[in-house]
Design a protein around this ligand. Structure first.
Ligand SMILES: Cc1cc2nc3c(=O)[nH]c(=O)nc-3n(C[C@H](O)[C@H](O)[C@H](O)COP(=O)(O)O)c2cc1C
Length: 195
């Protein structure tokens, strides 16, 4: 069977879905949902978020130059959707959803306690694109729930039950790995015969 060709669209799916927290100049926090988020650089650790200028959070982040990317688990999917369809201009989403907040190490924006992973970010640049502007930010610190780190210090992200977003719908990320980095070229370990 052949493929059907459509006009260009930014359909790079699935994408991680995240809750971004930020604050206004008086320190009042807001939260909103993003799907247009990506990894940009390893050293320094940089990420991108594409944000529409009409969002309240756009104005807040532009002013304070900082935000937290909170990665929610699947039990929070309703809250994730709500934060993506209601604006902080009309409702205090953090109070309404009973999110508990924790302090960051380097920035003033708060972490959502209910989310197992959080990335503290400092804004470096805003690149205007069109409907969305690209926010390029440095990740200055990461917070991971203790229960996801084993006795050897390995982070089991697969146990965080994170959510992805694909073509208008939310999906759980499967826990079972289907291969690890480099496995396609890894040499098989041969057993050494004892003489
Ligand atoms: C799954 C999902 C993903 C979204 N991704 C983005 C995004 O990447 N960028 C953006 O500007 N808005 C995105 N939105 C919309 C905002 O989250 C939404 O407009 C929100 O109400 C803005 O809140 P605020 O005005 O309090 O900042 C998304 C919404 C949903 C439901």
């Amino acid at each position: 069977m052949g493929k059907v060709c459509f006009k260009g669209s930014a359909m790079l799916n699935p994408v991680p879905v995240a809750l971004i927290t930020c604050i206004n100049s008086e320190g009042k926090p807001n939260v909103f949902t993003v799907g247009w988020i990506g990894t940009a650089c390893t050293k320094p650790p940089m990420i991108t978020v594409a944000i529409r200028p009409e969002r309240l959070s756009y104005k807040l982040i532009k002013k304070t130059k900082e935000f937290v990317v909170n990665l929610p688990s699947k039990s929070l999917v309703k809250e994730v959707d709500f934060c993506g369809v209601r604006s902080g201009n009309t409702i205090d989403k953090i109070k309404h959803l009973k999110f508990n907040l924790e302090k960051c190490k380097y920035i003033k924006a708060p972490i959502i306690k209910q989310c197992p992973v959080a990335l503290e970010c400092k804004l470096k640049e805003i690149i205007p694109l069109g409907t969305h502007d690209l926010f390029l930010a440095e990740v200055v610190s990461i917070h991971i729930e203790e229960s996801l780190i084993d006795s050897k210090g390995k982070f089991h992200i697969e146990k965080a039950n994170l959510i992805c977003y694909s073509h208008g719908e939310y999906f759980p990320i499967p826990q079972k790995s289907i291969g690890k980095f480099g496995f396609s070229v890894q040499k098989k370990k041969h057993k050494v015969k004892k003489l």
